[in-house]
Ligand binder design. Structure first.
Ligand SMILES: NC(=O)c1ccc[n+]([C@@H]2O[C@H](COP(=O)([O-])OP(=O)(O)OC[C@H]3O[C@@H](n4cnc5c(N)ncnc54)[C@H](OP(=O)(O)O)[C@@H]3O)[C@@H](O)[C@H]2O)c1
Length: 379
């Protein structure tokens, strides 16, 4: 369950931090399993120091290294925790702190400052966000805008006030312009309105990039952002209405199988998506934190050739969960953006040898996790 392939090379010494000589993402050991307990409060993970604490990158001279992960209890946060604790992703002397909303409501500035004061991080991976699937976005665009604008400003500005030089935040491929040419790349984020279904979330996310540029130009900070495509994996939100598409479909398929009913898929099944496994994203975000030098964001995605239709994903889920019933596509429901094909050329130029987990394997591990953790899964 949730085992990963070994990366071919061990983590490099921290001194080799240059985009032209990139290191491998976090080392991954085989046969590790993801804890089935859902963490509700802050997790602190300290890797014992064997030698004087190494620095995360050439520009940060603070010691010790304390990495605060906001949104540490979510899909991406749990995957990073897994890589750090189970797959050799942490370096000697590092302390990793994983926050959930129960530790601090980051829409509130006072709570944000208090949690930063408590942990005094030297680095931040900022994942916390109000997130959801297409239909929740369509219902609550205003709330997505307000919550995310506040969370992002509170986190980034508190990091700046505390003299933290390194923050990696998370954008999303669904924030790109609706009317665009394909493949989309990192230079195109602000080139036109996003799809109307999720404009609140998209504009709020785009402002992270604006803010990162501001901290760079006014204060020389190294705040950057990653742009994942559609992430899935253990600990995702499997809710049938509000979850991300793949996980919602896993849950729907399981229910249809148990009840012996047809599988109702919302939309035509035609939209195309680049699905990326949460464990792969986790390894890449850790690499970005350590090695990626630019302020401008980087797309973290499987290649354009790996884009699949929702229909293909549904068929793969049905095969994986051994669902043999009828599949019905409800075309009265919205399809959302028909495609948002993103280029991973920039990532590939820096990390040409990164191996993504094959989709069938990642899907199987996610389905297994869902079935084994049905009681605690968000659904
Ligand atoms: N999943 C994707 O396909 C995808 C794709 C592209 C980008 N991203 C981005 O990746 C990041 C992580 O997404 P995810 O999929 O891991 O989401 P997730 O599983 O829903 O997790 C969201 C995390 O944010 C925390 N959070 C939400 N509201 C908060 C608040 N007001 N104060 C403090 N913490 C709060 C949640 O804490 P609780 O657990 O306590 O609620 C949880 O830890 C987000 O920035 C998202 O925009 C995700």
């Amino acid at each position: 369950l949730y085992s990963a392939r070994s990366s071919s090379s061990p983590p490099p010494p921290s001194s080799s931090s240059s985009p032209s000589s990139p290191s491998s993402p976090a080392q991954v050991s085989p046969n590790t399993s993801l804890s089935s307990t859902n963490s509700l409060a802050c997790q602190r993970i300290k890797k014992k120091k064997k030698k004087p604490s190494s620095q995360m990158d050439s520009n940060n001279t603070q010691s010790p290294v304390r990495i605060l992960v906001t949104g540490g209890s979510g899909l991406l946060g749990k995957a990073i925790e897994h890589v750090v604790t189970k797959q050799g992703g942490a370096r000697d002397g590092e302390e990793w702190i994983f926050l959930s909303s129960k530790d601090a409501n980051l829409t509130d500035l006072a709570q944000t400052r208090a949690i930063f004061e408590k942990h005094r991080p030297t680095h931040v991976i900022h994942l916390a966000a109000k997130v959801g699937g297409l239909y929740l976005h369509m219902k609550e665009n205003l709330q997505f805008w307000r919550d995310n604008i506040r969370i992002n400003d509170n986190v980034l500005h508190t990091a700046h006030e505390m003299n933290i030089n390194r923050v990696v935040s998370c954008l999303s491929s669904c924030i790109f312009p609706d009317k665009t040419t394909y493949p989309i790349d990192e230079t195109m984020i602000h080139n036109g309105p996003p799809h109307e279904s999720n404009y609140g979330y998209s504009y709020a996310k785009r402002m992270i990039d604006v803010q990162n540029r501001g901290y760079r130009s006014q204060y020389g900070r190294k705040y950057t952002a990653v742009i994942p495509t559609n992430v899935f994996g253990p600990y995702d939100n499997f809710n049938k209405e509000n979850g991300h598409v793949l996980s919602a479909l896993i849950n729907k398929t399981h229910t249809a199988k148990v009840e012996g009913s047809p599988l109702q898929v919302w939309g035509s099944g035609k939209p195309l998506r680049q699905f990326i496994y949460s464990l792969d994203i986790a390894r890449l975000i850790i690499w970005v934190l350590r090695e990626y030098e630019e302020v401008s964001p980087i797309i973290l995605s499987v290649g354009e050739d790996d884009e699949i239709s929702i229909k293909e994903a549904v068929e793969k889920i049905a095969e994986t969960l051994e669902f043999k019933g009828e599949i019905v596509y409800d075309t009265t429901k919205s399809d959302g953006q028909i495609k948002k094909t993103a280029s991973n050329a920039k990532l590939r130029s820096l990390l040409p040898d990164f191996e993504f987990t094959p989709f069938p394997q990642a899907l199987k591990e996610t389905c297994d996790w869902f079935l084994n953790n049905y009681d605690i899964a968000r659904r």
